[in-house]
Design a protein around this ligand. Structure first.
Ligand code: SN0
Length: 317
């Protein structure tokens, strides 16, 4: 594996999930693989789980890890080619990424979308600049449009908690928020669910349609209550509008998940990637209930990252 930026870098999702679950059973079994190898984690945006779980995954594999919160501690990066840098930007991304790549064997990069320019975000212009210049295997730690480590951990969690035969019904439901958020977690979850052994449906208000490049084979139901019928796993997540890019079109009905909405499906598990705005996106009564898988998802971030790093270390770069 040379890059991990989307589900398309994985040849077989069910077997990759099994590999991660094996690592969970024996996290230190491949300590030798990372000896004298350095992982660099570069953050252009805040992080809690991604930073700590990826760092822990690397340590479980015997790697050294260096972290740079470049948004807070680095020079302000220039992203435009041929820019005349006489303003606020201090270092060009081509210089920064080349140097970072020199110090590292694998690089992880977090680069959220600006949510202003759809074209710039959806062509992954920042991620691609790092790929172009860092010249070593690269892991996305959430890019403008996707969050593959999160979705991999979500797929692992669903697999772990599905004890019945047949396919579970998985529902992705839009949740309210106070500010415009990226579509990355939702786009990515859709991609992974469409490649998993699940029956999948997306529900969201009018105006919150995700990019068709991700949803073209997915079922979409604008009626939340109908979509929730018979659900085994319910993933709540906010995202801002894709069509009216980066805005928050008005929503009349109350889209927050409640215990009442789940009366017909009392065994359904509730998921969220965190951080969650409690009692705005999802109420305490669900997040703190036995139905909640939020901490299981966070725990599995370690093994998702570990499966990815292990595959990269094994590919003899
Ligand atoms: C990010 C997102 O893509 O939705 C990261 C999720 C893993 N979430 C946020 O930026 C939340 C910010 C907030 O103010 O709630």
């Amino acid at each position: 594996m040379k890059a991990f930026t989307s589900v398309n870098d994985v040849s077989n999702v069910p077997s990759f999930i099994k590999e991660a679950l094996k690592l969970k059973q024996a996290p230190f079994a491949f300590q030798h693989l990372g000896k004298n190898k350095t992982l660099g984690l570069i953050f252009l945006n805040p992080s809690l789980r991604t930073r700590l779980s990826t760092q822990k995954a690397a340590m479980n594999l015997g790697m050294n890890v260096i972290v740079l919160n470049i948004d807070k501690e680095g020079w302000q990066l220039e992203m435009q080619d041929s820019a005349v840098m006489n303003g606020t930007t201090v270092e060009h991304v081509k210089d920064a990424a080349t140097v970072i790549g020199n110090y590292c064997d694998i690089v992880g990069i977090r680069c959220f979308p600006g949510l202003k320019n759809k074209e710039e975000d959806y062509t992954e212009s920042v991620l691609n600049k790092f790929i172009q210049y860092c010249n070593c295997p690269l892991v996305s730690l959430e890019s403008a449009t996707l969050h593959p480590l999160q979705s991999f951990a979500d797929a692992i969690t669903i697999n772990e908690h599905w004890k019945k035969s047949g396919k579970p019904k998985v529902v992705l439901t839009w949740a309210p928020h106070i500010k415009p958020l990226p579509q990355a977690v939702a786009n990515s979850f859709v991609q992974w669910m469409l490649k998993s052994e699940v029956d999948f449906v997306i529900t969201h208000p009018q105006g919150y349609e995700l990019a068709e490049q991700f949803t073209k084979n997915a079922k979409i139901n604008y009626d939340q209550q109908e979509a929730l019928q018979g659900a085994d796993f319910i993933y709540a997540k906010n995202w801002s509008s894709f069509t009216s890019y980066g805005t928050m079109p008005d929503v009349k009905e109350d889209w927050m998940l409640t215990p009442e909405k789940l009366k017909a499906t009392p065994d359904a598990k509730v998921m969220h990637c965190l951080p969650v705005r409690r009692n705005v996106e999802v109420p305490d009564s669900l997040l703190d209930s036995p139905s909640s898988l939020i901490y299981n998802q966070a725990e599995n971030r370690v093994y998702a990252a570990q499966a990815v790093l292990k595959n990269m270390l094994e590919s003899n770069f």
